[in-house]
Design a protein around this ligand. Sequence first.
Ligand SMILES: Nc1ncnc2c1ncn2[C@@H]1O[C@H](COP(=O)(O)OP(=O)(O)OP(=O)(O)O)[C@@H](O)[C@H]1O
Ligand SMILES: [Mg+2]
Length: 518
Amino acid sequence: MKMSEYWTTLASLVGMLAFCQTILQLVFPPELRLTVIHLLTKIRHVFSSHIYFDITEIDGVNTNELYNAVQLYLSSSVTVNGAVSSSNNNTRLSLTRVPNSTSVTFGLSNNDRITDVFNGVTVLWEHVVVQRQVQSFSWRPMPEEKRGFTLQINKRDKTLVLDSYLDYIIGKSEEIRRRNEERLLYTNSRGVSLDSRSHPWDSVRFKHPSTFETLAMEPEKKKRIMEDLREFANGQGFYQKTGRAWKRGYLLYGPPGTGKSSLIAAMANYLGYDIYDLELTEVQNNSELRKLLMKTSSKSLIVIEDIDCSVNLSKRGKVKKKNGSYDPDLINGSGLDEPGSSVTLSGLLNFTDGLWSCCGSERIFVFTTNHIEKLDSALLRSGRMDMHIHMGFCGFEALKILLKNYLRIEEDEIGGVVLKEMEECVEEAEITPADVSEVLIRNRSDSGKAVREILSVLKERVVKRRKCVGEKKKKKKGEEGEEEDDDEEEQEKRALDSPNRNRDVLGFEEEEEQEKEK
Ligand SMILES: Nc1ncnc2c1ncn2[C@@H]1O[C@H](COP(=O)(O)OP(=O)(O)OP(=O)(O)O)[C@@H](O)[C@H]1O
Ligand SMILES: [Mg+2]
């Protein structure tokens, strides 16, 4: 028999066995079916040019995470679309919606198959569901059905699949899980025991509706932030290559009501990260801060709002000025001179930047402040807070976004003249997006009225500001004038008192200059 004939015969034999297996599934009672199927599967595997991997739902008594990952991965729309467009288009998919989930997920029905292509290699997945045999005693009740996936690949592709395909599936499933689920918002509270077992963070479902689309901000700036976030999230390779910890710091600063918290929510929604809202005043000391950090998960935003109010940020600077060196107490984090809180700036810097900050990866630190000038330069230096984002008063572009979001109207519906007037006065009005939103919410049922009111508020503020600026200038001038008068009086007095009082004032001044120079 020729080699090719041998292979053809073998292939038909394997095909027949597979066919028999399907028939047996239909004919035999469940208890017997399992044994027969196992036997036939084994025979089939020996002669096949394929290799098979079984991924069961329950591994011993533990849940097999890989099973969940595969299930999620196969439920992704990419895989599903691939399967539907493939020749295997009679695949039956089950649809599910997990509680609290925002979307419907697909899944393979019992004993159905789906093909997937990874790096040019085609693999076949089969969802195997069989009735469990009558249970002997078990501490943990087992489900009635035994579920698992069988992965069929060509023997020559074994290395590729084992080395990268399964990792790829785990990564993808994690991504899908985040996309489907609402995020969690964690917060710390005082007095929570921080032993190794308990979790120091309380969590709630995070359902903030703020997104980059709803955020009023100059489009260029918004684009830059989004790109930066995306690059960070996709930058594992870069961070590894450059030997940097996979983390990034953002400092958001600006007056109240300019959207700092809204931006944080938009960032979390954009990346699908959880948020850890760290209440620093509830943290008793630096070591507690470290423990909190250790209990945060990857793919998260660690947020400290109003950083200038949370910890005495000038300590490190002050101590340095006095002695010429840092106070070791403060640097070690045992400085206790702040009643109620002994978290120090150096403790905070270690939190974001020290060795401890690297436990876990893919984390973003976000600090917010209304007063950037109050922050210690140590906190601002590059490498700590990689990006400083100024959240300012409402500009024309931001105003247009708010009008569109709140009133659902386009620019041309507002009218060129009104828009021009708005553009002329919005910067000078120094109005926060929060104030604009307030007016728009009040009038959201009548967009015409809302636009008119916004314009009149802007104009009013411009008038007020001009008046205010005028008064300030006048006051300043008055003070300068008084100072000048005082100077003149003083000089006259000195000239009169001087023994050389007949010398002209200029000469006197020259002499005084020379004296000063000496
Ligand atoms: N840039 C913005 N885009 C869209 N909405 C905004 C923006 N800024 C403020 N708002 C609206 O104003 C409200 C308050 O904004 P937000 O809490 O984000 O301000 P903040 O800068 O964090 O203020 P604070 O400094 O007081 O914490 C938000 O609920 C949002 O509706
Ligand atoms: Mg805020």
